[in-house]
Design a protein around this ligand. Structure first.
Ligand SMILES: Cc1cc2nc3c(=O)[nH]c(=O)nc-3n(C[C@H](O)[C@H](O)[C@H](O)COP(=O)(O)OP(=O)(O)OC[C@H]3O[C@@H](n4cnc5c(N)ncnc54)[C@H](O)[C@@H]3O)c2cc1C
Ligand SMILES: Cc1cc2nc3c(=O)[nH]c(=O)nc-3n(C[C@H](O)[C@H](O)[C@H](O)COP(=O)(O)O)c2cc1C
Length: 763
């Protein structure tokens, strides 16, 4: 086969080598526009896994690569005068030039023709070839030439970076340096890649970059500014560029590239031309090399070129998407880094280490137990003010709000049971909520409990608007307080436009088959085409609803609840005021955010005035309507939270969605936690995270990284009322409070968990 590799980077060279190794009769030419030593960039990082794949692909070049590796184990984070070092990360680095020279030599030895200083302007120049591998990098001309076929999607990311080198040694750790400058924060990613050279990538926000004037500087000028900023870390060494062939300052915005298809006729994309992964997870070269190995193999194992391309796309795309997802988390962390710059150095380092979500809490323990235990102790001390004797999982650290102390950070999220009779909670609620309090959570919430009969979602919803309700709730509160040390919160709400609907297990959100009642909303907009049109509230209606909230709050206090949550999420009345999707009022209660928040805040102030000063109030919000700019965005949610904080709300319970039938939510593990993180760290108010948090490891990672202060778990508590106690046993934490009646079960569970650990080799 006559093969043209367009581009002599890692992808093009390694593909040529792999093809020759499969069949030496292939006639292969690599076209590279630069000279052999002309490479832009400094060192690259490769994992042990990639090296094993290289060894399997070509032991000869793998050995030479290995011989030139610099190894290091630690990550060091320099931040606010502290250096936080954690170990067990295992990296190896090699100079990009060295890597390419090794691959060039190997390719020549195998009889591959290397043509340097030959720029290919179009694939039309290569019509003599059976196969054209377009490995022409990030700005692939081939991808652009055949854009209609490849359908590339290029997402130019927000930060600016420049890839520099230095002779200063960073040989003891992969080093991150965060520096506050007069223009804003700037940071460096530094790592050694041979005996006397290290990569030094400088990055900052576009705003900082513009303020520093880098756009108007040439490379030498911008290097001089970077040297001054990082002087303290450079030990007198200078920063160097090898991007002299690039015009301007060589600062770039990272483009995330993904193409809908990777092949077109006999042309196939590879490496950065096909897909990119942000440099902060160091996987671009890995993707390029592993894709090269894969395509060469499929061209020999599949029946024809088209099937080989198909298999290449099917199998490599999965891997690319997996890495791109981790890379996106990582690059977004850096884009938002300024949000975290108020965190304590330990928490900041933890947040940085876990940014891609590939490294979890327990995974960090495997890497560096001592460091993680130190971080856990820091977390305990920051919460209690006392230095602990021994570390324990963050989820078992108490949390204080006003006069309330929760024994741990697990919350049973509010969950409607549709089992009340005329608003009165029944024995079902006693057993359901009682069992969850016995199950060890620090805080148990009631379901949304409605402030009036017409404010109920369904006929089965609980209420707090009649003496019978108060008496029934008091019985449940007394049970929880007498038999457990969980705290008990009540969630108060009014269904608004989503009222008068069927029970959850019937047709949720659909109107009742009979007996519908009139419903209220900020505007006369029906929830869906099937729901009744609500009546637009008058000021008198608003006063009435406010008074119903006050009455319910007074009852909640008499019942003895410890915390009160106002349900301002999920499209119910207050949420319908907040989002402009359902609030079209033209009076002082509609329009700008301050107006849309006016009624919810009036209710909050009225409730706060009658709720005891030592008891906290949380507000649950939908931080994203999932309809783009038309509704509440995570950005607007920050403003909502800022105003709630200003009004005196103690903690925001950050949910999302359920505000529009048009919503397009993006689900996944912990999918709403980024909104809680953003609100907590931009507004400076405690948050509860909720949504697909189901493993102890999720909870511990969220808490330690400062993404939220409490974690609400809903569905996990439906399948396991004892979720917290089981988590404690799994983590080897022996101090979780069990009901004494259940001690024998506790002891057996811990014994079994310990044995399981022994068999899995964890102890
Ligand atoms: C700052 C930074 C740090 C990075 N750090 C790492 C890291 O630590 N680990 C890691 O794995 N990856 C890292 N990468 C990514 C890595 O450099 C790339 O993913 C990798 O080089 C992709 O290989 P490639 O062969 O696809 O493309 P490239 O390496 O870009 O090679 C493409 C080649 O094609 C040539 N070419 C382009 N157009 C033509 C043409 N028309 N005719 C002839 N020749 C042409 C170019 O000159 C170039 O030599 C980093 C990237 C950046 C920007
Ligand atoms: C059966 C059920 C009923 C729910 N009822 C309420 C409710 O009354 N109030 C509320 O704010 N959220 C309610 N939710 C939403 C949950 O509190 C939670 O936000 C959501 O289920 C996501 O958490 P999870 O992934 O842990 O289940 C309910 C969820 C379920 C599964």
């Amino acid at each position: 086969m006559r093969v043209a590799c367009l581009g002599g980077g890692p992808a093009g060279l390694y593909f040529a080598i792999s093809m020759k190794l499969h069949d030496p009769s292939h006639d292969i030419t690599v076209f590279e526009r630069n000279r052999p030593d002309d490479t832009f960039g400094w060192g690259v990082v490769l994992s042990d896994e990639t090296l094993e794949n290289l060894t399997a692909g070509d032991p000869v070049s793998a050995k030479t690569i290995r011989d030139h590796f610099a190894y290091w184990d630690d990550i060091a984070v320099h931040y606010r005068g502290r250096i936080i070092v954690s170990g067990g990360h295992g990296f190896s680095g090699i100079g990009r030039k060295k890597l390419l020279n090794i691959l060039q030599d190997r390719a020549s030895a195998l009889g591959i023709e290397l043509v340097f200083e030959r720029e290919i302007a179009s694939t039309d120049e290569l019509t003599d070839y059976d196969l054209i591998v377009a490995a022409d990098g990030l700005n692939s001309k081939t991808r652009t030439e055949h854009a209609e076929a490849f359908k590339p999607e290029i997402d130019r990311r927000a930060c600016k970076f420049v890839w520099l080198g230095t002779h200063q040694k960073f040989d003891d750790a992969f080093t991150f340096i965060f520096e506050q400058t007069e223009y804003g924060w700037m940071w460096a990613h530094a790592y050694q890649f041979d005996g006397d050279t290290a990569t030094f990538i400088v990055e900052c926000s576009e705003d900082t970059w513009a303020k520093a004037g880098f756009g108007e500087m040439n490379q030498a000028e911008s290097i001089a500014v970077c040297e001054a900023i990082f002087e303290e870390y450079l030990g007198g060494h200078c920063l160097m560029t090898n991007a002299h062939h690039i015009r301007g300052s060589a600062w770039l915005n990272f483009p995330r590239v993904l193409c809908e298809t990777w092949s077109h006729g006999n042309v196939v994309l590879m490496g950065d031309a096909a897909a990119t992964a942000h440099f902060s997870i160091g996987s671009g070269t890995k993707l390029a090399l592993e894709s090269a190995i894969a395509l060469a193999e499929y061209l020999h194992s599949e029946k024809d070129m088209a099937s080989a391309f198909q298999r290449y796309e099917d199998e490599r795309r999965m891997e690319v998407l997996r890495l791109q997802s981790a890379a996106r988390n990582s690059l977004e962390w850096f884009e938002d880094a300024e949000r975290y710059l108020n965190l304590d150095p330990v928490q900041f380092a933890y947040s940085l280490l876990t940014r891609s979500q590939r490294i979890s809490h327990e995974n960090l323990r495997l890497r560096d137990k001592a460091w993680l235990e130190g971080a856990e102790k820091w977390f305990q001390k920051s919460a209690t003010g006392e230095t602990p004797d021994a570390p324990h999982p963050p989820m078992f650290t108490p949390f204080k709000l006003r006069g309330l102390t929760l024994k741990n950070r697990i919350v049973v999220s509010p969950m409607a049971q549709y089992s009340a009779v005329d608003g009165t909670p029944t024995d079902w609620h006693l057993v359901h909520l009682g069992a969850r309090a016995q199950g060890g959570a620090g805080l148990v919430f009631t379901e949304m409990t409605c402030v009036s009969a017409e404010g109920r979602i369904s006929p089965g919803c609980t209420g707090l608007y009649a003496p019978a309700h108060e008496a029934a709730w008091k019985r449940i509160v007394d049970f929880v307080h007498t038999h457990t040390d969980s705290k008990f919160g009540i969630q108060l709400g009014h269904s608004g436009p989503k009222g008068s609907t069927q029970l959850g297990w019937e047709a949720a959100d659909a109107p009742l088959k009979q007996g519908n009642w009139e419903i209220l909303a900020p505007s006369a907009i029906a929830w869906s085409a099937h729901n009744q049109v609500p009546r637009e509230m008058t000021c008198a209606d608003m006063d009435k609803v406010r008074d119903q909230y006050i009455a319910a709050t007074e009852m909640a206090q008499r019942c003895g609840f410890d915390l009160l949550e106002l349900h301002y999420a999920h499209g119910y009345l207050m949420s319908a005021f907040i989002t402009s999707l359902t609030n079209r009022r033209t009076d002082g209660y509609g329009g700008a955010l301050d107006n849309r928040l006016r009624f919810p805040l009036e209710v909050f102030h009225a409730v706060r005035a009658v709720w005891p000063a030592d008891k906290p109030i949380s507000v649950r919000i939908s931080a994203n309507d999932w309809v783009g700019e038309d509704g509440v965005t995570p950005e607007e949610a920050v403003e909502i939270a800022r105003r709630l904080k200003g009004a005196g709300v103690d903690i925001i319970d950050v949910s999302a969605g359920q505000t529009s039938v048009r919503a397009q939510p993006v689900y996944g593990r912990m999918f709403q936690t980024p909104f809680a993180d953003r609100i907590r760290n931009e507004v400076g108010i405690p948050t509860m995270a909720v949504g697909n948090i189901y493993e102890p490891d999720h909870v511990n990672s969220i808490l330690m990284a400062g993404r939220a202060d409490l974690c609400c778990l809903a569905r996990p508590h439906l399948s396991d009322p004892n979720w917290t106690l089981h988590a404690a046993a799994q983590l080897g934490y022996e101090d979780a409070a069990w009901s004494k009646q259940y001690y024998a079960g506790r002891d057996q569970l811990h014994r079994l968990a310990q044995r399981a650990e022994m068999f899995t080799g964890k102890v």
